[in-house]
Write a protein that binds this ligand. Sequence first.
Ligand code: ATP
Ligand code: MG
Length: 672
Amino acid sequence: MPQWLDDLNAEQRAAVTHGGGPLLVVAGAGTGKTKTLAYRVAYLISQGVDPGCILLLTFTRRAAQEMIERASTIVARGTSTTGRVWGGTFHAIAHRLLRLYADAVGIGREFTVLDQGDAESLIHLIRHEMGLHEKEKRFPRKGTCLAVYSRCVNSGEDLKHVLERDFPWCDEWESELRELFRRYVVRKQERNVLDYDDLLLYWMALLDRPERAAEIGGRFDHILVDEYQDTNIVQARILRGMRTTRQDIMVVGDDAQSIYRFRGATVRNMLDFPKQFSGATVIKLEQNYRSVTPILDTANLLIAGASERYTKDLWSERKSDELPRLVLCKDPSEQDDYVIDRVLRHYEEGIPLRRQAILFRASHLSDTLEVELVRRNIPYHKFGGLRFLEAAHVKDLLAFLRVLENPRDELAWFRILDLLDGVGPTTASRIVEHVEQAGGDPRAVRSFPGPPAARVGLADLAQVFDDVVPMGAKNPEAQVERIRRFYDPIFARTYENPAARVRDLISLEQIASGYRSRQQFLADVQLDPPTSTSELAASPYLDEDWLVLSTIHSAKGCEWDVVYLIHAADGFLPSDLSTGSQEEIEEERRLAYVALTRAKDHLYVTWPLRYYHKWYALGDGHSYAQLCRFFTKDVLASVEEVALARPEEKDDPGSFYDPEADIQQRMRDMWE
Ligand code: ATP
Ligand code: MG
């Protein structure tokens, strides 16, 4: 037995050295689930398993990379390497497999991917073509249409049923929606594009035929899955399909941390695992190695209020005299000051900024804090929220690569052509058709008889393609560089504040430099986009250390020495958008639990008593908040309460916080 197994406790070791057959590890936060998975990868390799036959599915690419690196340091003491382990998200692995097996499902190998925004644009386009936007009664918004579609294909349920149950207000449009979805599917096939759902659906379809399932599943001796509580029904079916000939699969998860129900994840996958994989071994871990006891006590009390729960309370050997602090601030700006002051104190005591994290429920909740951090020259990285990929200028640049990859990708074409002077939607459609008739060579834009106003732009664009097409599918960095030379001046004219955005384009070029294949670069950026490091971030001289700002969702699986959970006020946590049903509230409670259990040594929970109406753009007044409802009397007994403001300070007890108003702000934020 390798000596490094001594790093593990008995249960972890049992999981790592598990002989064969399905294995489920159910365990609470910080009990070493992820560590156990990484050690299992190392163990398998040390036992002679070919790394290329190990499939490791995680929630982000970063998580997969970290685990593989960890495994590789462990096995480095031997002679093996982990270089060829298949690691990544379900979507990224689907993409990789579909490149290999595209023919089997009738798609072209050069397919490109539509992100959420593109998929909505395509729906919008078709809706327009069908004349649905002209109806007297308002047809459902494109986002709603896509949500309905996605719900149907992911649940396998009939449209009628889904509408009745989940979207009753769209009920009257059933036949139009059915036609819209039919056209949407046909159009994607014609254009050789796949949306996010398609990646998983096609993977699942690949496994329909037993001999193909045996071949594809048979590539992998072992399948390992982290954060299993956040997988959906399609993902569970894929895993079953991948294990028809071999039974070696290990999944780990914690039902108390399931936070993606709103995206169709179901904790049932984890609970039903022993039924779906017969003969499954179940191992439980209960010792938490992450947090000091007082933090765990508070987290245990908070989750104790949950209506349904399977994992037990956690315990820890790590002692501390310091209770978590619950801090009542006068208003958001006092909250910012308090948190920054604490961050700097801990920094002075020797805890680097990057081992401290500020967490919040929704991305916009860090707005004022970010301004203050910039003002005080404190570098930070922000995770979650508006992703890099959603920025229009990033999408513009990627559209060029998409067209080069798949000249049938009309949405990418429209995006590029929209940048040119003198090209309207009709001309754009004709150009796409023209290129298609020319055999799909983008250089054909040169011979398009465009309107005079568009000639210069089209000639310049043709020049880009003349230069880039011969580069082939290799060297994406050089391609991005050439495209930027064309795009930069247009970009500077098109967007406000180009100086701040230029950083994103530079990052994109830098990321590209790490890739040899254009296809792989596109897939990685689109399927698992780097989270923006924020337009405002980072002062240059402190760049190697930075504070972490993150939404709770993006903090999953991570840990920091000091954690600050801010805006712990009802309406923000739980979010007023998620307080419609008991189930939604339970998910918010689990989110709060995830936030608290990220902390190793120090935990601060802060909430402002008073919100000024600029927070909801209602005028000059203010409203009073209430403490997050999950901090019940029992939970409060486990924390040290600090009051920077006094609740009696309320001067107008009639005007309580108005959740409606915040919704309005967020409606506007959606268009930011
Ligand atoms: P989460 O549910 O938040 O994803 P997890 O169960 O995956 O947590 P890990 O992140 O693997 O837990 O581990 C939490 C911390 O505990 C890490 O710092 C890890 O190195 C440490 N740890 C885990 N097991 C042990 C052990 N046997 N001895 C010492 N430290 C351990
Ligand atoms: Mg983990």
